[in-house]
Design a protein around this ligand. Structure first.
Ligand SMILES: Cc1ncc(C[n+]2csc(CCOP(=O)(O)OP(=O)(O)O)c2C)c(N)n1
Length: 900
């Protein structure tokens, strides 16, 4: 060893190389005699001593720019290298041909070549040696548990290419890459919704994969610790991009994974040093940055930087000149070196220093050109994967240095534009063919012929045998859990809500009480996963701490401060409640893991995540979109919902839009119930559809913290509650000449009822009052009916629920605690004049009454809206409206809330 600093340029110079040499020599001999662990121990002691005297420098959290696993510890390669290389070449070609053919034929379908080209060896080491599939049948039904693999999304063409060789995808489907409309196509990225038997995890939105993978690994532990499903050695592998690691979600769960000691989790980061536009860290070194990030978070880090061709160079480099040169080279330069040939690399890399020049002197330019990066070397990768799987007590990240567009030659290899490259000219294709020794004629190359060896060829036999040894083909998704779970009768846990008899409570309290009841059910209870992000006390759930315990893999290592109280903070290894701390992204990722457990683990679970509604669709909307793609089943409870019920919390807490976003998600059923009884009916039906009928849908229910009298459910309204609208009552005579229909939802429904009373008593206007539990469900149904008629259906054959409830010309006034766009979802389907009142604008703190007046969703505003609609009809004098404005003291009306 030598004392020169090999880590970073500009580091302190060695003032006493002789002394340094002595220290390093001692370390070397200790390692030789007592092994690396003893060496690490001694260095750790020295570091501790430095820290104790306050002289430690904590800035350098990375090691030299070389492979973490030295050649001596690499071990033998268990596979047939030659055949694996041939298979990889075929995969590279077919992936490339698939993207090019789609673009040649259809012009603008997109697709990526360069990312898979850089990741092919990583995937192949995984597929041939590590990724274990679930056994025959669904997991849980005799089938052995399988590993979970998250694939870098734009490497999908390579995964399809493999499934083609395996005989799982036909040539026709490859030809239909990215043409999914009409069926039989292949989707751009992993989408369980669109390829439900193939892809398990949607990763197309960068950052979601890494975070989901970490929470999946934790959920495997949770199931194991709760004795619901043994971990069984299953592993979570995630292949991600180095650019992708810039996403906050990518790194958002790193400390959780380390804290939870998730040694069942491995990230493989494909460090091709590039993202879409250019280098990830042109002026720095992304690999070193990631090493310090991951090791700082507590991960085991394995760097795979240099291929076997470098081994002899390193053995001759006794003074570590190469490490110094590596440290001095920034990623922008590595990219240029990667794009150029051996001649250039000699001049710009080796010849920079006499010592490195001497090292490369005996090598030809071709040999320099053939020096590979570690991420393209099966042997180096295998050693890293094996070490990752064997590592205990911490998750592992493998930082694999690769070249973007590997093999694409001048058309793409390490080129700035590689990511967007969708085609190669014939000359480049022929070069590609020659480089990878593909059995194709020039004409076949030009025609982009897919290349598949015969079924009895050595390649196909090898590939099949490897997958057989690992339990079967992957990726593979299971559609349903083998067993359904019975939901107890609603009366057994929701009677208090159905027959509330005007008892005062909030809908949040009702939801939590029903949850408590469900948890006691012998069948469904254990399958429920209550989830909070540090708001259990806010929602009155502290009783669950005691009832089911808070999940903690470590149990409880301390006596809680409140140990003597009834509701003490009880953490337990078999605890059921997931208390995620202040991470809505983490909590929703846990929810997704539980909500898709029916497929990933063959065990249907029912997660119920309750949170501040404002920090749901708005804050983690993309994760919810991915959950929808992943066919999640579960409840999301948006609590403290609406813009005016949260009173004093103000602008950033008050949600007026979540129902709009929820309405855009096809398999999300969203409700804004006003009363506990309505909520009970919806929860019961939802639980049955998800757990008993295994429908791939999830429920978003908004619940409020406002206490008010809860009426008993009106018999016979259950079906209409689920459809989104039911008649709650009437005011005045049925044949009144002045008549309106008043619709209200959630927190504002009581204002609607009060408005109906004022209208009758003061203005002699009759009304029908409807509770609108879901404008989005109503709109979906009405749109469907309208579409049917557009295709010629008989209008008498099927009426929408809206047509049934709201026939004729009486004006409809709808008011909610959400922006007007929410009730307006139904406007096109209502025959009569439709007026929407809502809470557009910024929330603010004040009393509920003041806020409702401010946003013009209070009873008086509803009355004015009804009168104005009747003035238009000619049923009410304009003077009556003006008088009402004066009577309510609203004649000096300030600017509309949405304009300020
Ligand atoms: C949230 C999100 N933002 C942007 C994109 C578009 N996008 C797709 S791939 C890509 C570059 C990925 O770079 P990297 O992670 O380094 O992977 P590489 O392709 O280089 O292997 C981008 C920006 C996306 N898919 N998701």
């Amino acid at each position: 060893m030598d004392g020169s600093n090999v880590l970073q340029p500009g580091a302190a110079r060695d003032e006493d190389p002789v002394e340094t040499g002595e220290w390093l020599e001692s370390l070397s001999s200790v390692i030789q005699e007592a092994g690396p662990a003893r060496g690490q121990f001694l260095v750790q002691q020295l570091l501790n001593a430095l820290r104790q005297i306050g002289a430690a420098d904590s800035t350098q959290q990375f090691s030299a720019y070389r492979n973490t696993i030295p050649l001596e510890r690499q071990g033998a390669y268990p596979g047939d290298l030659a055949i694996e290389e041939r298979i990889t070449s075929l995969l590279r070609w077919n992936a490339l041909a698939m993207v090019m053919r789609a673009n040649q034929a259809y012009g603008d379908l997109g697709g990526h070549i360069a990312s898979y080209a850089s990741a092919a060896e990583i995937f192949e080491v995984g597929f041939n040696h590590f990724f274990r599939a679930g056994g025959e049948g669904a997991p849980g039904k005799g089938g052995a548990p399988g590993d979970l693999v998250f694939y870098q999304p734009h490497s999908a063409p390579g995964v399809y290419a493999r499934a083609f060789l395996e005989g799982r995808l036909s040539e026709e489907r490859l030809t239909n890459y990215r043409q999914e409309v009409g069926g039989n196509g292949l989707c751009s990225y992993p989408h369980p919704w669109l390829m439900p038997d193939f892809w398990q995890f949607p990763t197309g939105s960068m950052g979601i994969g890494p975070m989901s993978a970490a929470y999946q690994a934790r959920f495997i532990r949770y199931l194991d610790h709760r004795e619901l499903k043994p971990e069984g050695g299953r592993h979570v592998w995630g292949v991600f991009g180095d650019g992708e690691m810039d996403e906050p979600e990518s790194i958002g769960a790193l400390t959780m994974a380390a804290r939870e000691k998730l040694d069942n989790l491995t990230f493989i980061i494909n460090c091709n040093l590039q993202r879409l536009d250019g280098p990830v860290r042109g002026n720095g070194q992304i690999i070193q940055e990631l090493e310090s990030l991951f090791s700082g978070a507590g991960w085991n880090v394995i760097k795979v930087l240099w291929g076997s061709e470098w081994d002899s160079l390193f053995s001759r480099d006794t003074n570590h000149v190469l490490l110094r040169r590596f440290a001095e080279t920034v990623d922008g330069e590595y990219q240029t070196l990667g794009a150029k040939d051996g001649d250039y690399n000699r001049a710009k890399f080796f010849d920079r220093e006499p010592e490195s020049r001497a090292l490369a002197q005996t090598m030809s330019d071709a040999e320099i050109n053939a020096l590979k990066r570690g991420g393209h070397d099966f042997r180096k990768l295998y050693a890293a994967f094996a070490a990752a799987r064997a590592h205990k007590g911490r998750p592992t990240v493998i930082l694999a240095k690769t070249k973007k567009g590997y093999g694409m030659g001048n058309a793409g290899e390490s080129r700035m534009t590689a990511h967007q490259a969708k085609k190669l000219d014939v000359e480049a294709l022929i070069e590609f063919r020659d480089r990878f020794k593909l059995p194709l004629t020039n004409d076949e190359v030009a025609a982009l012929k897919f290349c598949k060896p015969a079924d009895d060829s050595a390649e196909i036999a090898y590939l099949r045998a490897r997958r057989e040894a690992l339990g079967g083909y992957m990726p593979k998704r299971v559609r349903n859990a083998p067993d359904t779970v019975a939901v107890p009768p609603l009366e057994s846990y929701g009677q208090f809500a159905l027959q509330a008899g005007d008892k005062e409570m909030s809908t949040t309290t009702a939801a939590v009480r029903m949850l408590g009841g469900l948890l006691k059910d012998k069948q469904l209870g254990p399958r429920i996963v209550p989830i909070v992000a540090d708001e259990a006390r806010t929602f009155g759930m502290a009783n669950l701490f005691r009832q089911v315990g808070i999940y903690s893999s470590a149990g409880q290592l301390y006596e809680p401060e409140d140990a003597g109280s009834m509701l003490y903070y009880r953490e337990a290894r078999n605890g059921q409640l997931l208390e995620e701390g202040i991470t809505e992204a983490g909590a929703i990722s846990s929810w997704v893991a539980a909500a898709t457990s029916y497929s990933a683990h063959g065990l249907a679970m029912l997660p119920i995540y309750i949170y501040y509604s404002m920090f749901g669709f708005q804050r983690v909307g993309d994760l919810i979109w991915a959950a929808a793609d992943q066919r999640a089943r579960g409840f999301l409870l948006g609590a403290t919902a609406g813009r005016t019920t949260l009173g004093g919390e103000g602008l950033q807490h008050q949600d007026g839009s979540s129902h709009i976003v929820a309405a855009t998600i096809p398999n999300c059923r969203a409700y804004d119930p006003a009363f506990a009884g309505e909520l009970a009916v919806i929860m019961d039906a939802g639980a049955r559809r998800m757990m008993e009928s295994q429908c791939d849908e999830f429920y978003y229910l908004t619940v409020m913290n406002e206490n008010y009298a809860q009426p008993s459910i009106i018999p016979g309204t259950e079906a209409d509650i689920l459809k989104g609208l039911y008649r709650f009552g009437t005011r005045g005579a049925a044949d009144a000449t002045k008549k309106v229909r008043l619709l209200g939802a959630g927190a504002i429904f009581r204002e609607v009822i009060a408005a109906a009373d004022i209208l009758l008593e003061t203005f002699d206007v009759g009304s029908e009052i409807f509770s609108a539990t879901s404008f989005s469900e109503l709109a979906k149904d009405a749109a469907d009916v309208e579409r049917g008629r557009r295709y010629g259906a008989d209008p008498a054959a099927r009426r929408s629920h809206l047509e049934t409830c709201l026939p004729g010309s009486a004006p409809v006034i709808a008011a909610t605690d959400y922006v007007r766009a929410y009730p307006q979802l139904i406007a096109p389907y209502v025959e009569s004049r439709f007026v929407a009142l809502g809470t557009d604008g910024f929330g603010r703190s004040d009393t509920r009454a003041a806020l409702r007046k401010f946003f013009e969703v209070d009873r008086n505003s509803i009355v004015l809206a009804a009168l104005e609609a009747l003035v238009r009809e000619g049923a009410v004098e304009h003077g009556t409206l003006v008088a009402a404005v004066r009577q309510f003291g609203l004649d000096d009306q300030p600017a509309a809330p949405w304009t300020v």
